[in-house]
Write a protein that binds this ligand. Structure first.
Ligand SMILES: *Cc1c(COP(=O)(O)O)cnc(C)c1O
Length: 305
């Protein structure tokens, strides 16, 4: 059961690419990108790693069912639907809010991958996704294994730790990662590597990062720095400065970024380089956690890729 699932869906596509930051004043600072976005066109990035041990656990039960939570545009739901489908598991997807007139492309993708979608009103959703009441969920949906929103939890973090297998040791001074639930961040910290870890929350006021990672058994945070000022006004908020940045970055490097997580992280790294944050000779590695399906929620033609 070693390499369960991931060996099939994470082929040799993952690569590390050097990019141009187009900051001529700092030619001695280098940025590379770990292209987890290349794993799969829709279900890319960190999600598959976070799901690995939940999928494995469900595959060892009789019910072979996962239950998870997400919003209508959730990358996590899309990834869970896809991976449960290809591993022959059943997925109960609890979605926040009500079914609109037109289902989002994310929910259509989930349905196409056989997910059973149930809408929970906001209050119930909040209660269940933050602190699942297993008795209630089992009574309503039958036996299952619950995956908290974003894969948050120890199995999620242990899976995410395996992202480090793609990052050679002693090559980089800094590893950068965007943050939602902080599960991926926790996984990187569990690896106890020497590189400095720079974290970029995509949410405004994500003040409980340290509680979250402690919950996932992270003890050592000496090499962690969290940057709280690059969310562009909040989760999935954007402005034209960010859009221009994404388009310019794509024009120069041919690497697509998403506007919710990776775009804001790379924008932040560029800004920090410009401001002299990184010492000369820094070798920065940014993890492209995928999420490109999220760009479909932007108005048409804003993004040039
Ligand atoms: C979900 C997601 C994240 C957040 O990862 P967490 O482990 O929840 O912190 C980052 N980037 C992308 C593209 C995502 O879809």
């Amino acid at each position: 059961m070693e390499n369960f699932v991931l060996s099939d869906i994470i082929p040799a596509n993952v690569s590390i690419e050097k990019v141009s930051t187009t900051i001529p004043e700092h030619p001695d600072i280098h940025l590379s990108i770990l292209r987890l976005d290349k794993i799969h066109p829709v279900v890319s990035g960190n999600k598959l790693f976070k799901l690995k041990y939940y999928l494995q656990a469900a595959s060892e039960t009789d019910h072979r069912t996962l239950l998870t939570f997400g919003g209508t545009y959730s990358n996590h739901l899309a990834a869970t639907a896809y991976t449960t489908k290809i591993t022959g598991l059943r997925l109960i997807a609890c979605v926040r809010g009500e079914e609109g007139n037109r289902p989002s492309h994310t929910l259509e993708f989930c349905r196409a991958n056989s997910a059973e979608i149930h809408f929970l009103d906001r209050a119930l959703y909040r209660k269940m996704s933050e602190n699942p009441d297993e008795d209630y969920l089992t009574e309503r949906f039958g036996p299952h294994i619950t995956v908290a929103s974003g894969g948050l939890g120890i199995p999620g973090a242990i899976g995410a730790q395996e992202i480090l297998n793609f990052i050679p040791e002693d090559c980089y001074s800094h590893i950068c990662v965007p943050v939602g639930s902080a599960t991926t961040l926790a996984g990187l910290l569990l690896g106890n590597r020497k590189e400095k870890i720079l974290a970029f929350p995509a949410l405004k006021g994500l003040n409980d990062t340290s509680d979250r990672i402690a919950q996932m058994k992270v003890v050592d945070t000496d090499n962690l720095t969290v940057f709280h000022d690059y969310h562009f006004g909040g989760f999935a908020k954007w402005n034209m400065e960010l859009i221009y940045f994404l388009n310019r970055f794509y024009r120069v490097n041919r690497i697509p970024l998403d506007f919710v997580y990776t775009g804001k992280m790379v924008f932040a790294i560029t800004d920090l380089i410009t401001k002299g944050y990184f010492p000369a000779g820094s070798e920065i590695l940014a993890i492209h956690t995928g999420g490109l399906q999220g760009n479909e929620t932007l108005p048409k033609n804003l993004i040039a890729y």
